[in-house]
Design a binder for this molecule. Structure first.
Ligand SMILES: C[S@@+](CC[C@H](N)C(=O)[O-])C[C@H]1O[C@@H](n2cnc3c(N)ncnc32)[C@H](O)[C@@H]1O
Length: 198
């Protein structure tokens, strides 16, 4: 598993991925999140992709959004698609404690592109970005798997994740209290979705 291969992979498949992206339905999770937020809250989206549908939804609802992604192509698309948000090219594995101060950290379908042995540290880092009572909304793997696919939307891609119960334990171990969790089966994959509080 190498972050640079993931970066190259998304640079290649970004547009194809976006075309297939609407198979995953995230609105109900976002609606649940925003019910808990005052207008104008600042949200950090880690592994933001092309900004659609998540950041566009949040901006339309009146929230301030910052996004980071490792792929140049994804950042280029996100800037075009959601000009009201602030997108920066960054590898989440290189983030530092307290580098941000935000009300919410979200990360959809991205953590599992980094080595799973580092997921606990990553979640602790996300917690350091949150103000008191800040919220976390993430997807993580639902099964135990490390591997590479040759043809993910037309490019090679790698994943690294534990099963759903282990991932929930990681989130708790990182210091979060889980508010809501379920396995999302809306697309042709299964993902653990967790909403949690600092
Ligand atoms: C499956 S896409 C999901 C994009 C977006 N979150 C969405 O829901 O449409 C995964 C994204 O995570 C990004 N990503 C993967 N590894 C990353 C890393 N180490 N740091 C930052 N972004 C990363 C990829 O470039 C890609 O844009």
């Amino acid at each position: 598993m190498c972050n640079d291969n993931v970066r190259k992979g998304y640079n290649k498949v970004a547009e194809n991925y976006l075309k297939g992206r609407d198979q995953f339905k995230n609105d109900k999770y976002l609606e649940r999140l925003i019910k808990l937020l005052p207008k104008g809250s600042l949200i950090l989206d880690i592994g933001c992709g092309a900004g659609i549908p998540i950041d566009s939804f949040l901006v339309d609802k009146g929230f301030k959004v910052k996004g980071i992604d490792i792929s140049e192509k994804q950042i280029e698309l996100a800037r075009k698609n959601v000009p009201q948000a602030d997108f920066v090219l960054k590898d989440m594995s290189l983030l530092k404690d307290n580098e941000y101060k935000v009300d919410v950290v979200i990360s959809f379908y991205a953590i599992f592109h980094t080595p799973r042995e580092k997921h606990l540290d990553l979640l602790k880092k996300f917690k350091s970005f949150l103000k008191d009572d800040g919220l976390l909304l993430v997807t993580m793997g639902s099964s135990d798997w490390v591997g590479t696919e040759k043809d993910f939307f037309g490019g090679e891609m790698s994943w690294s994740h534990y099963d759903a119960n282990s991932n929930k334990e990681l989130i708790k171990k990182a210091g979060f209290k889980i508010i809501f969790e379920e396995i999302d089966t809306s697309g042709n994959e299964k993902h653990l979705v967790v909403l949690a509080k600092k």
